[in-house]
Ligand binder design. Structure first.
Ligand SMILES: [Zn+2]
Length: 191
């Protein structure tokens, strides 16, 4: 029997395993391979991806744009992707690694289309401004409480702060970074 769109969708939008999100220079993203793996697991033979038209080259911006359509059962979403390229020093007309640049833009387009199916939203929400917006309706995947988060350390004991420590600080609206044990008593009384 054919799976329903709803059945596939539930699997598509489920949180990814810990460590799937990669953060580089403060930008969080999910690698295209993780999306493809999820599409395979959730939709199997019921998904397809095809690029639309020729890659578009923006010479001045040194960017390549690729568009494609991700089809799951009867649903279709278009994705747009970009990648940067370099030209040769001695031949400014000629793009270095053209093939790589096109493939990178295609991967970006597929990621963009996956995003339109809400894939990875629960994983990315904690890094994005829209993540806290109730209209978006995502359940944020919380970082594991046993793992230190971000780069904060306790002002008093120097221990890396955990998610639970940060929640505690937020609860009392304390801006200085203390671990839960070292929050000065007078600060806990506020509010
Ligand atoms: Zn401490």
């Amino acid at each position: 029997m054919l799976p329903t769109y709803q059945e596939i969708k539930e699997k598509l939008i489920a949180p990814f395993p810990k460590g799937t999100v990669e953060v580089e220079r403060n930008k969080a993203h999910i690698p295209v391979q993780a999306y493809i793996n999820r599409l395979e697991e959730a939709a199997g033979e019921h998904w397809s991806w095809k690029t639309n038209g020729q890659p578009l080259i923006y010479e001045k911006e040194c960017q390549i744009q690729v568009k494609g359509t991700l089809k799951i059962l009867n649903a279709e979403r278009e994705g747009v992707g970009f990648s940067n390229f370099k030209v040769y020093e001695d031949n400014k007309e000629k793009i270095q690694n053209l093939k790589y640049a096109i493939l990178a833009a295609e991967s970006d387009a597929l990621r963009n289309a996956c995003n339109k199916y809400q894939m990875g939203w629960s994983d990315l929400a904690q890094y994005k401004d829209w993540g806290k917006n109730p209209g978006v309706g995502v359940t944020v995947t919380q970082p594991q409480t046993s793992q230190p988060v971000a780069e904060f350390t306790c002002l008093k004991c120097g221990k890396p702060l955990q998610a639970s420590d940060l929640q505690e600080l937020e609860k009392y609206q304390i801006r200085n970074k203390y671990c839960s044990e070292d929050i000065p008593a007078h600060m806990r009384k506020k509010r």
